[in-house]
Design a protein around this ligand. Structure first.
Ligand SMILES: *Cc1c(COP(=O)(O)O)cnc(C)c1O
Length: 459
């Protein structure tokens, strides 16, 4: 007698790991022909993702890996809202505008009513959009020019600056960093600008070392240029990470809209804004100088709405979570968190210093970044070996070389985030010391040790 085929619906009642889906090949390369029960699909995907690193131990990335349960609840409640549907979700838009205005206030915009700003997917989108607006302004100022526009920045910029130049066809005037100095100087910027410069880029916290460009000196140099030569060149400040730190830890330090030539700023909500990815912000000092050609008005979601992002549909949750953080923490809360991050970074830096093999490049004084290279006397291992070895314990620490002229400098960098406590710093340091000890032992000695262990099994 032919065996009765089980109905598909019955399979769903089987206990998860007893179903056939766990002893058969999972579709990977062709679109699956059949369905599978939700619990099986869930468990398969869930278990596979266990192979990813633990985000809490990811010291390589600037991006937020922890949020409060209440924030997560709001995220859960709003997952199904498309941010771009202004007409359907008007209150989300109101909240978005509040965040923009609060950031304008935080960055000391002379008159937030005159500014303009928007949430983006991250700082990369915010940077490209701002630079595009600067390019349009240059074109409007020079309607008949046949010259190519250019943009001036240091080679320590994030890759998105170079992407902008290539995608939007602007000549890149990249100022190389030096063997021993990893930021640009105001006079180098000044030597490279001319009447076709759409804007100058300056960074508050570079991705490479966490150091900052001399923004107020660059501003002063460009103010002087305006006075003497009549050339008015705006600055875009890339404050991806620093923009949510310095306003709280050092509010008197002027890097923002207080500076005359600073026309636009980006900041990553998903870095020290303490929101899960992806959220960035673009802020522009004067709406009247933001080219209206870049603002599109569309009506296909009901009502006319302006849109000036590169992206269209995206989730509402990041903006909502950002607003939650602003309300929940306020300046005081952000300050306390950032000060803790700095303290823990400085503590880790002091341990690293004592460890012996490192030369510290950033000790977490202004941004909670600890960046170091190995002393030239260290010959047995590289920062890449060390990073690799630490991975065995679950720690993710980045190791990379610096841009041209300092390409021989290999850096190891730890980004201290709010969930990296004093205690975690000690645990991490212990694992680091063990890794150094292992890598410093010669292969021959390691083999001898192993053989010895074999002869004396631990009972
Ligand atoms: C992270 C970073 C970026 C890119 O930001 P995303 O938010 O990841 O798009 C740009 N500039 C600097 C200085 C950064 O650190």
């Amino acid at each position: 007698m032919k065996k009765k085929k089980r109905k598909f619906s019955e399979i769903g009642h089987a206990s998860t790991y007893s179903s056939r889906f766990f002893s058969e090949e999972v579709p990977k390369f062709v679109f699956p022909k059949n369905s599978m029960p939700a619990n099986a699909a869930y468990q398969l995907v869930h278990d596979e993702l266990d192979l990813d690193a633990n985000p809490a131990l990811n010291l390589a990335s600037f991006v937020t890996t922890w949020m409060e349960p209440e924030a997560k609840q709001l995220i859960q409640e709003n997952l199904h809202k498309n941010f771009i549907d202004h007409d359907e979700y008007p209150q989300t838009q109101v909240i978005h505008q509040r965040c923009v205005t609060m950031l304008m206030d935080l960055f000391n915009m002379p008159d937030p009513n005159k500014g303009i700003g928007s949430a983006t997917i991250g700082s990369s989108e915010a940077i490209m959009l701002s630079l595009l607006a600067h390019k349009w302004n240059w074109k409007k100022k020079n309607p008949r020019t046949t010259s190519q526009p250019n943009i001036v920045f240091g080679s320590e910029v994030h890759v998105c600056w170079e992407k902008f130049a290539r995608y939007f066809e602007v000549e890149m005037r990249v100022i190389p960093i030096h063997k021993n100095r990893y930021i640009v100087q105001a006079n180098e910027i000044l030597q490279n600008v001319d009447e076709n410069t759409i804007c100058v880029g300056a960074i508050l916290g570079t991705t490479y070392t966490g150091q900052s460009d001399p923004i107020s000196e660059i501003n002063q140099a460009l103010v002087n240029l305006k006075k003497t030569k009549g050339l008015n060149i705006p600055i875009h400040v890339d404050a991806a990470s620093g923009g949510f730190i310095l306003p709280f830890t050092d509010p008197k330090f002027a890097w923002d809209f207080r500076l005359e030539q600073v026309q636009s700023i980006n900041v990553s909500g998903h870095k020290y804004g303490l929101v899960f990815p992806g959220l960035g912000w673009m802020l522009w000092k004067e709406a009247k100088t933001f080219p209206e050609e870049l603002i599109f008005k569309v009506n296909y979601l009901g009502g006319w709405m302006p849109t000036y992002t590169l992206n269209f549909s995206c989730n509402s949750i990041n903006v909502i979570a950002q607003y939650y953080n602003f309300l929940r923490l306020g300046k005081k809360g952000y300050k306390n968190i950032m000060q803790n991050c700095l303290k823990n970074a400085q503590y880790l830096a002091s341990l690293m210093q004592k460890a012996g093999p490192f030369e510290l490049i950033n000790k977490g004084e202004r941004l909670p970044i600890v960046a170091m290279k190995l002393k030239s006397s260290v010959k047995k291992f590289s920062v890449f070996d060390l990073s690799h070895k630490l991975r065995e314990k679950g720690w993710v620490v980045s190791a990379y070389t610096l841009p041209k002229n300092a390409e021989k400098v290999a850096i190891m960098r730890v980004v201290v985030k709010e969930n990296f406590s004093h205690d975690m710093a000690e645990i991490f340091f212990k694992d680091l010391q063990d890794s150094i000890a292992y890598l410093s032992t010669s292969l021959k000695k390691k083999r001898q040790k192993k053989r010895k262990e074999k002869h004396h099994p631990i009972c």
